[in-house]
Design a protein. Structure first.
Length: 472
């Protein structure tokens, strides 16, 4: 949480990369498909030493994308998760490069000087002494010819370098630890108002991948860095649409939030500003009376029945629980997201998402379900693109739906997942969706009919009609 906390506490430039929503969730779902041979555990903090300890206990290398693992005393070494270092074989096997610290140390006159690298360059835990103007490659070449710590020139004082050197040596030495021993350790995380999280179901649910990272950040920091979306940069950020859903989350976790002298609790939200050249901060305030009117408290969630949790979801979306019964459980969260999106999406000229957008989105869900491996097969290569203006309007409107679905995912996870969740990867394909929005009415009807006939084991036509009618 240290890295997340630093990100939300310090206003900074817009990120240069934009990852799809739920990338971590989808990655873990793929790992779970391997069955009992792979167990997924979410770390509730920086877990580099713990991961290294587990690797040594189970006598296996670490596969990761973190240069810190070059420095740990890993018995079986470190495999960087970098496709440039992989060699793909015809049999489906992958040949990868494995790095051992013991071999790296042999390149130095004094093997222990290898720990000067993190001491001078710095890492997630060690702040480099002085101003660092040397590259990693230059530093390593200099260290190879050096015979002792005292003889190595740095921009920091000898005492500073020595202190960081000792800290690095201690940090990168680990002893084997089993999964059972590690899971039995109490977390050091506190809630936003300073109370320990020990003894709650929060950490247990999070470690098993059942609680969204963003929800845990609100609980522990009282802050929320909203995802960076691919949307129209000339419009207000698409994440703003889901604020009322997020307020439902904030009210439930209110006992964990810091209260000011007036009895008001605040959650800091951070998102890109309208000019798209920086970040904007907005404090969402919850009065004492508003917190008391919450559907439930975070401590009450484990005792609630599944139908009571679903009712809380419906209350947040302003939907009648009885009408949600028209849908199978796996489609209920999608139906809730569509209902909210249609009512609150911001479209130029204060319009609402039209039939031209609702119907393509619903058909996209079904196409991705019917043909999960390559839904793009439904796209004709000779179609003409829409004008840029229309394309950007549609992009921004659909981005708002994704944000709504993301917020509903967070609320569902906080309620301990009373409803199953279908990931974006299983129901959404942006290229296919834009293809559907470009079709004439007649061509769209043909595509729809062809899709429904592809898999007649399920009544896709009835599901489609329910999704687009939205009479909830």
């Amino acid at each position: 949480m240290k890295r997340i906390s630093q990100g939300v506490r310090e206003p900074y430039r817009l990120r240069t990369t934009c990852h799809p929503l739920h990338t971590d969730y989808i990655f873990c779902e793929v790992l779970k498909e391997f069955g009992d041979c792979v167990e997924v555990i979410f770390a509730d903090g920086e877990a580099d030493p713990e991961t290294a300890s587990l690797a040594n206990h189970y006598r296996c290398p670490v596969l990761a994308n973190d240069s810190d693992y070059f420095m740990f005393n890993l018995d079986e070494g470190y495999i960087p998760l970098d496709t440039k270092l992989f060699k793909w074989k015809p049999e489906g096997e992958i040949e990868a490069k494995r790095y051992l610290l013991s071999k790296f140390k042999n390149e130095f006159k004094d093997p222990e000087l290898v720990f000067l690298i993190p001491a001078i360059i710095g890492n997630d835990f060690i702040k480099p002494p002085g101003e660092n103007k040397i590259s990693v490659e230059q530093l390593i070449n200099s260290l190879k010819s050096c015979s002792s710590l005292e003889k190595f020139p740095t921009s920091g004082t000898q005492k500073e370098v020595s202190t960081e050197y000792d800290e690095a040596k201690e940090m990168y030495y680990v002893t084997p630890v089993s999964k059972e021993e590690l899971m039995s350790c109490n977390t050091k995380l506190n809630t936003g108002n300073g109370k320990p999280l020990r003894g709650t179901r929060i950490i247990e649910e999070y470690r098993h991948g059942n609680l969204a990272v963003s929800v845990l950040t609100v609980i522990t920091q009282g802050e929320c860095e909203l995802p960076m979306m691919i949307d129209d940069p000339e419009q207000a950020s698409s994440v703003l649409i889901g604020r009322e859903i997020r307020k439902s989350i904030y009210r439930i976790v209110a006992p964990c939030l810091l209260e000011d002298e007036n009895g008001v609790k605040k959650v800091k939200e951070i998102y890109r500003n309208t000019s798209c050249d920086g970040l904007e901060i907005k404090y969402v305030e919850l009065s004492r009376d508003e917190c008391l009117r919450s559907s439930c408290s975070i401590d009450e969630i484990p005792r609630l029945k599944p139908e009571e949790k679903i009712e809380i979801l419906c209350t947040a979306i302003e939907v009648d629980l009885r009408k949600l019964g028209q849908f199978e459980d796996e489609w209920k969260l999608i139906a809730l997201s569509l209902n909210y999106w249609v009512r609150y999406a911001k479209v130029p000229n204060d319009a609402k998402p039209t039939v031209q957008l609702i119907h393509p989105l619903a058909l996209c869900f079904i196409a991705c379900t019917v043909c999960p491996y390559d839904p793009a097969v439904f796209i004709r290569e000779d179609e003409k693109d829409s004008t840029e203006v229309k394309w950007r309007v549609n992009l921004h409107t659909f981005a708002q739906w994704k944000c709504v679905y993301d917020d509903i995912f967070d609320l569902n996870s906080l309620l301990m997942n009373p409803l199953p969740f279908k990931s974006f990867a299983s129901i959404f394909n942006g290229r296919l969706l834009m293809h559907y929005t470009n079709l004439t009415y007649g061509a769209f009807v043909q595509e729809k009919t062809r899709l429904f006939e592809m898999n007649n084991k399920k009544d896709w036509k009835s599901l489609y009609k329910l999704l687009v009618d939205l009479r909830l």
